[in-house]
Design a protein around this ligand. Structure first.
Ligand code: F0G
Length: 376
């Protein structure tokens, strides 16, 4: 069941709305003790693994709504600017709805997996010399002049769909978390999660609200500095944005929740990215790791107080917004290339010489001797 069917009561749909779905949502909330250990005493850390949505990112929650409503309104085409994930999602849902899809992307700055998705789903991909903010300006003009529906998070139905992430977290924990950490780019997701939490509170489903902790990349952190960034730069290309569309709403979420929006450096992002993969077993794309990098940073600054005795553990949820496979190049750049071992070995059963005490070059040499390969 997709998010529209599951949370119909909270969404602006009627029986006449055609539901365009790829069974998005219902993503796992994974307990991450290796992260909790680094945060300090008295904390649980949970990862909302949005990489397991149908197109590999949280965008699908919003896209099912935006595309369903576009179709209901009689639209035949959708368009978006994107750092990659929105375009991948829009392209897939457009196929599902039988609509055309145009995506405008900053040339050279979108991860390979995302570009592959938009192309294989048959979207019209328009790369521009410029960044995401320039692409968004172009798409806004395009959708004002032509009968094409904008499906960036400026489209209110995107926010409506994405708030379902907050519902799922509360349904799973039986309450709201104490802290909710997430990466911030165009600031739609922080807006959506805050809306979801407040609506669930107003409906009596939860009693408390989390503090919202948003993290931008240091080279693209306009909300932190209060100044638009003309040339945003970060290896976390998904959040390489200098003028977020939902800037004001993000500030509202931060202030109403008594949370914060801070920045993390690329080194901190890569550190968290590798930690997630190698210590937790979860592969998320670099931008997603900004949420974990952020809570590591805040823990080092002493931000998370030790809960008073008898208070029980506090819960931190980090949203991992996209799958690691979206950006395989980054993973390969971050690891040491494996050495080619025993290239002449043809079957595992030929590993008779194997002795865990032996160095790989010794194993190689003995195999080479047997099979007549070149010496190591
Ligand atoms: N994480 C990932 C993996 C993203 O793709 C994005 C945004 C964000 C975080 C930030 O979310 O914009 O709601 O604050 N990607 C957009 C795109 C901009 O075009 O795919 P946000």
């Amino acid at each position: 069941m997709g998010i529209i069917e599951k949370y119909r009561k909270y969404l602006p749909v009627t029986d006449d709305t055609p539901v365009i779905s790829l069974e998005e949502g219902n993503t796992p909330l994974i307990k991450a003790d290796p992260i909790a250990e680094k945060i300090g005493e008295g904390y649980n850390v949970w990862l909302k693994y949005e990489g397991l949505n149908p197109t590999g990112s949280f965008k699908d929650r919003g896209m099912t709504m935006a595309v369903s409503k576009a179709l209901e309104e009689g639209s035949r085409a959708i368009a978006c600017a994107s750092t990659g994930n929105t375009s991948a999602s829009a392209a897939a849902y457009a196929v599902r709805a039988g609509m055309k899809c145009v995506v405008v992307i900053p040339e050279g700055n979108i991860a390979f997996g995302k570009l592959a998705q938009a192309l294989i789903h048959g979207a019209r991909v328009v790369p521009i010399k410029g960044n995401f903010d320039d692409a968004l300006d172009i798409v806004k003009e395009l959708t004002e002049k032509y009968p094409v529906t904008l499906v960036n998070s400026l489209n209110p139905f995107r926010i409506e769909g994405q708030k379902s992430g907050a519902f799922e977290i509360c349904d799973r924990l039986g309450k709201a978390p104490d802290y909710h950490a997430l990466p911030v780019g165009n600031a739609g997701n922080i807006t959506a999660y805050w809306k979801g939490y407040t609506e669930y509170r107003d409906d009596g489903k939860i009693d408390t609200l989390p503090k919202m902790l948003g993290f931008q990349a240091a080279g693209a952190c306009p909300i932190v500095t209060g100044k638009r960034v003309e040339k945003p730069e970060t290896l976390a290309t998904a959040i390489r944005i200098g003028n977020p569309a939902s800037w004001k709403q993000a500030e509202k979420a931060r202030d109403s929740s008594e949370g914060l929006i801070d920045m993390v450096t690329d080194d901190e992002i890569v550190g968290a990215y590798k930690f997630l993969a190698s210590k937790v077993g979860v592969f998320a794309e670099p931008a997603s790791a900004a949420s974990v990098a952020g809570i590591f940073k805040k823990a080092n600054e002493g931000y998370f107080p030790v809960p008073a005795p008898g208070q029980g553990k506090k819960d931190i949820v980090c949203v991992l917004t996209g799958h690691g496979l979206k950006d395989p190049d980054r993973a390969i750049k971050c690891i040491e290339n494996p050495k080619l071992l025993m290239p002449i070995l043809k079957r595992l059963s030929e590993l008779r010489e194997y002795d865990p005490g032996k160095r790989s070059d010794e194993v190689y040499s003995s195999c080479a001797r047997r099979y007549g390969g070149p010496a190591a």
